[in-house]
Design a protein around this ligand. Structure first.
Ligand SMILES: Cc1ncc(COP(=O)(O)O)c(C=O)c1O
Length: 269
């Protein structure tokens, strides 16, 4: 399979019209794949509109919701997403180790009817279905699952459901506003327009005179806070702050802001 990239200015979300243009220029395209929350920039992409383009052309729509699931609204069936992938460790708040894959009816039809089976035994979803159907009462998976990771995910999901998804979303919105207002009041600038950003992640431009690596090291050694650098061309000039998962709270945001305020003072020395 040869991917046809649909590119965008990194400070902007994907443009559904750009997918239309790509489809018009290549009749062999069989589906559209897009990321919901672009982790390198904190920008949320309009996957509902992108899925609508796919459906208009009778193509499948595959969405990477690794960073967005349970962090912001995502409606697989209502928005017409055919295959949605995520992971246990981000918005769901478990630990790393599980890939979560949801397949809708159109996606499943395609999987069942395709002549060639995947070359990977492990990644063949039909095999996973066979075990669920035939060994369901004692071992519904083709492999031994990492039990501790599954139990951690279950605990995270139980706490998410107890809190309620809407309440969790509201909490994230409050934390994002607290963080971003605090950053702006200290003179930091956000990587993209705030209205484009997901509520669980904030990409911030480094102040002149400091690199992302310096800021990250300072926060880690002086405040025991771990953030990450920018990605690709923004590796040195952007820091990324994750604020997702059930454990994050106002005190974490304030601790980070206090650390960055201190960093500003270090810079002025
Ligand atoms: C949007 C997005 N997709 C995919 C991945 C890869 O996920 P994993 O590291 O669980 O394979 C990441 C990881 O950071 C991500 O942010």
């Amino acid at each position: 399979m040869i991917p046809v990239p649909v590119e965008v200015d990194p400070s902007q979300p994907l443009d559904p019209a750009a997918f239309e243009r790509a489809l018009a220029s290549d009749a062999q395209i069989v589906g559209i794949a897009a990321v919901h929350l672009e982790t390198s920039t904190s920008i949320l992409n309009p996957v509902r509109e992108i899925a609508a383009v796919a459906h208009k052309h009778n193509l499948l729509c595959l969405i990477d919701a690794v960073a967005s699931l349970a962090g912001t609204d995502l409606r697989m069936d209502e928005w017409g997403i055919d295959v949605c992938t995520s992971a246990s460790q981000k918005g769901l708040g478990g630990v790393p180790g599980l890939a979560i894959v949801a397949v809708g009816p159109r996606g499943w039809e395609r999987i069942v009817n395709q002549a060639e089976r995947p070359r990977s035994w492990y990644l063949d979803l039909r095999r996973w279905q066979w075990y669920a159907e035939n060994w369901g009462d004692w071992h519904p998976f083709p492999v031994t699952m990492p039990t501790s990771v599954v139990l951690a995910l279950r605990a995270a999901l139980q706490s998410l459901l107890k809190e309620g998804l809407e309440a969790r979303f509201k909490h994230y919105n409050v934390l994002a506003a607290r963080l971003r207002n605090g950053l702006k009041s200290m003179g930091f600038t956000l990587f993209a327009d705030e209205s484009l950003m997901a509520p669980v992640l904030t990409a911030v431009n480094c102040p002149p005179g400091s690199t992302s690596e310096q800021i990250g090291r300072y926060l880690e050694t002086e405040h025991n806070i771990k953030i990450t650098t920018g990605f690709g061309p923004y590796k040195n000039t952007v820091i990324r702050i994750g604020h997702m998962g059930g454990a994050i709270n106002e005190a974490d945001i304030d601790g980070l802001l206090a650390g960055l305020a201190e960093w500003n003072k270090v810079l002025q020395r």
